[in-house]
Design a protein around this ligand. Sequence first.
Ligand code: DX5
Ligand code: ZN
Length: 216
Amino acid sequence: MIKIAPSLLAANYLKIGDEVDKVIASGADALHYDVMDGEFVPAITFGQGVLEQVAAKGFDVDAHLMIVHPERHIEEFAKAGARYITVHQEAAGFELKNTLRRIRDLGCVAGVSIKPFTRVDALEDVLEEAQLILVMTVEPGKGGQKLIPFTLEKVKALRERCNQRGLNPIIEVDGGINTQTAPLAVSAGADMLVTGSAFFKAADPREFVSAVRGGK
Ligand code: DX5
Ligand code: ZN
């Protein structure tokens, strides 16, 4: 079953509660929650306070931490109620393996993300620890960009490498996912799809989610 995670980044922030309800009613599996710190990426978004109120609705929150020193903040995001917590390989440095273990010990799904120009090899030492691998299909930092096609080659390589090792992490893609690109991501091996602007622009969110999921 392919999981769909609409991203709050593309929502109307004056109506956050209604927008979250729209995501829940759409039949999606989780709410993708983009945390940006103005340093790992230029923009600044929202933190654990908003997440806590969103998570209180009882729907899974998929926290994507685009922040430096993510290890300093994972506990707060776990306490706020995130179900998935993903840190960036490029930001976590030598702490990455420990950070993933700590996320798991906190009772969350431990995720690691790589940017488009970070090679799959960079995950070599942590493949066993990662319950979720998020392959960025655009440069992180803003919504509404076009999927970069070569990133899907990385998804394919990663899925093959995991299969060879008997590992079966969730492979998530994020950036430029819509009804045209979703099937390409799924056939490359992705099983969780983030969709921001395309979801919030869709006239019928329920129909959109089932189309993006491809009936799987
Ligand atoms: C980008 C974020 C994405 C973003 C995706 O840095 O990580 O989650 O919301 O938005 P779309 O689907 O519009 O590319
Ligand atoms: Zn994201």
